[in-house]
Design a binder for this molecule. Structure first.
Ligand code: SF4
Length: 365
């Protein structure tokens, strides 16, 4: 597909979802959009976001991730320079021996060769094998329709050539479990049978699966409905994990009012309020004893409108407990947090929001 056609698709998707954010055409195309580190229960994770042409789908209701990308094509040579830049960065070189997982994102689909060049992807793999001796998992964010199994097999084979055997993970945006919310309201365009087909295809190869969910992804959803939706997702994915013997991580992102989306409008009209962290803990607690791991996303990546984040002043202890949960998968931390909360004063004033800067052990470049 020609880059101009991809641009048209991006614009059509954005129009359909009434998005009015601008794309980032001023970013240096030879530098990644962002990177940061996460401490998961399995070890140190590098999250790398490459600057490419934006997500072709672009129409999901509350998503403004494409705003960090370009509407225009970014050539493979520039993406290769981004990869060089990443592996030369001192924050990465000094942690290289400890990085056990890399999540690769372009705020869209890394496996969509129209936006993320195949040459650059192969180059990235070579660099990973060369520079990260302890790498155990390579996670690629993608919509399922771009998963080409011959390509995945090739990538997976190449990953075995590094110093440590590295497994491939596909990271799929699910966002909401309820079909109507996910597809009719949020416009995710992901039927359950498409997801299940993907699971059936990856299971025999031993690939891992990461699924992104948003707690309270659409306006007019109550806090209770939002908790229930995540609990149902946990039950569903637990069944899938047990049935297909697939290792699943559920990445739970509390929703923020993203600039330039319908969530911003709904927030100003009083139809959307970000979820409370105690409800996020309540939803995650449902995973206790289930055959999947949960990671709670605690960053709005600076993409929330003023006061539209789920990060609220006065909730630092809760954030610390959730971070500890991410690092340990110790559900007693969530139980304790909820017990403490039930006796504590409500900290739910919109005027008491924090910036994200101190919350994320992140390095921006
Ligand atoms: S949620 Fe994912 S698929 Fe949907 S518009 Fe955002 S980046 Fe694209």
């Amino acid at each position: 597909m020609k880059p101009e056609q991809v641009t048209q698709q991006i614009q059509q998707g954005s129009r359909k979802a009434h998005k009015d954010y601008a794309f980032d055409e001023t970013h240096d195309a030879e530098r990644p959009a962002d990177f940061w580190f996460q401490q998961a229960h399995t070890g140190l994770v590098l999250f790398a976001v490459f600057y490419t042409q934006a997500c072709r789908w672009s129409r999901c209701l509350g998503c403004n991730l494409p705003a960090r990308m370009s509407q225009k094509h970014v050539p493979f040579s520039a993406i290769m320079r981004q990869i060089d830049c990443l592996f030369q960065h001192p924050e990465i070189t000094r942690r290289a021996a400890r990085i056990h997982k890399v999540i690769v994102s372009n705020n869209g689909s890394v496996l969509d060769e129209a936006t993320f060049s195949s040459t650059a992807l192969m180059y990235l793999l070579a660099k990973l094998n060369l520079h990260l001796p302890a790498l155990e998992v390579l996670s690629l964010e993608t919509r399922p329709e771009y998963a080409d199994f011959a390509e995945l097999e090739f990538l997976s084979r190449a990953l075995t050539e590094g110093d440590s055997p590295t497994r491939l993970e596909l990271a799929i945006g699910f966002e909401a479990f309820n079909d109507h919310i996910r597809n009719a309201l949020f416009d995710k365009g992901l039927p359950l049978n498409q997801f299940e087909k993907l699971v059936r295809r990856i299971a025999p190869h031993g690939y891992l699966l990461k699924t992104y969910f948003m707690q309270k992804p659409v306006p007019e959803m109550t806090d209770e409905q939002a908790v229930l939706d995540i609990q149902q997702a946990i039950d569903y994915l637990s069944d899938i994990a047990a049935k297909h013997q697939v290792q699943i991580n559920l990445h739970l992102n509390p929703t923020y009012a993203a600039k330039g989306t319908q969530l911003e409008t709904a927030f100003h009209q009083g139809r959307f309020k970000p979820p409370l962290l105690k409800d996020v803990a309540r939803a995650a607690l449902h995973g206790h004893g289930k055959p999947l791991s949960i990671y709670i996303g605690l960053s709005d990546e600076g993409l929330a409108i003023a006061n539209g984040s789920f990060l609220r002043k006065g909730e630092e202890p809760m954030i610390q407990a959730l971070e500890q949960f991410n690092q340990s998968q110790d559900y007693h931390l969530l139980e304790r947090l909820l017990a403490d909360e039930s006796t504590a004063t409500e900290a739910d004033q919109p005027s008491r929001h924090l910036g994200l800067a101190h919350l994320k052990s992140e390095k921006r470049i």
